[in-house]
Design a protein around this ligand. Sequence first.
Ligand code: UGA
Length: 443
Amino acid sequence: MSERIAVFGTGYLGATHAAGMAELGHEVIGVDIDPDKIARLSRGEVPFYEPHLPELLRKHVDSGRLRFTTDVETAAEFADVFFIGVGTPQVSGGYAADVSQVESVIETLGPLLTRPAVILGKSTVPVGTAERLAQRVRDVAPAGSDVDLGWNPEFLREGFAVKDTLQPDRLVLGVDRARPGRIEEVARRVYAAMLERDTPFLVTDYATSELVKVSANAFLATKISFINAIAEVCEATGADVRDLADAIGHDERIGRKFLGAGLGFGGGCLPKDIRAFQARANELGVDQALAFLREVDGVNLRRREHAVTLAERLVGGLDGVRIAVLGAAFKPDSDDIRDSPALDVAGTLHLRGAEVVVHDPEANENAAKIWPTLNYVDDPLEACRKAELVIVATEWKQFRALNPSDLKSIVATPRVIDGRNCLPSQEWIDAGWEYRGMGRLAG
Ligand code: UGA
């Protein structure tokens, strides 16, 4: 059965969710305060890089099942189910999450809800937020207690957003324990197509649903920092962290995924989520329970510094040295440069005197907004021309496929730091390159 759905927020999460809901057969309206974004989305253009999303968006803008507006009244009039997918970035000057965008949706939408409605929050919020918002929306909505709120965290990865939205590992729904019925019933109708395919559906209370999301990201961050801490030990002993990760990863209890040692994690989620989780634990008086996350963050940030120090050591002083940094996005198949280890390394090298040339297949434009003083080029070979050091900082497949022999004839000195341990190292060494990985080969 087709539902009438509004999705608030049209970033990576909201825009993908809106298109995904249209694909499931619903009638959807996406809402954002940014008129430029809405104009582009209405024309079927995705304002950021996300594989397969442009096709899905266009398909449903054309089918008429998906439209966009800046007008909250239009959305309130149209929909019965309201998703919240706005950002919850780190507050400036602190660790906590800034939930003002989520609150603002409740404050603007709530007073316009004159008939029964279900709001499903997808944004990552500090535990306790859903309960507070459920109360608030009933206070401000003319429909009062006919407005229900559930928390339905999102687990999509950038670069795989469409697949993760349409074929999620699991669906989680936090409901008001005092009145669970309608929220679950509506969520089951919205996700009917997925539930028919036996997607696990876990219904729980608000607090658990909020904690599931931050715990998942904290676990992933911890796994990455674990292997990066081991990488530090490998560097001190001549051991190879990639072989080590392969070996421990064969144990099913450990698993090989997210044991990629390198420059560490970045992006708009993992770094800010582990910090917000600690801030919330502080408020709850259980700061000791999450004290290890400070170390997880510390190990992660040390990898960036390590790459810069290694670069300095290899070229013997950074002043005026030409360095090619391949990659600016926080991971491949994304143009997102939020808290990007790649861009952080490029910027730090530049501040320490190096002449840095950056190439990213998709993120040059976003990177230039934050670091306008770096040089950006459209071609990886152009970036490497006359470089005394090449740093692969994001593992785009284009970089993994570079021919080390061809590249050698372009650079000033064939020296490479494989910041993501993604290159076929032996081929580079055989082609005459001085190769340094992260946590391997005397890296
Ligand atoms: C992450 C989670 O994986 C999603 O499940 C979650 O929904 C999302 O945050 C969110 O909270 O919205 P995402 O930020 O898109 O997704 O990226 P990841 O694929 O998790 O990668 C995060 C960072 O870890 C990247 O910088 C990546 O390069 C790094 N990473 C990943 C490693 O350094 N090593 C690895 O082995 C894996």
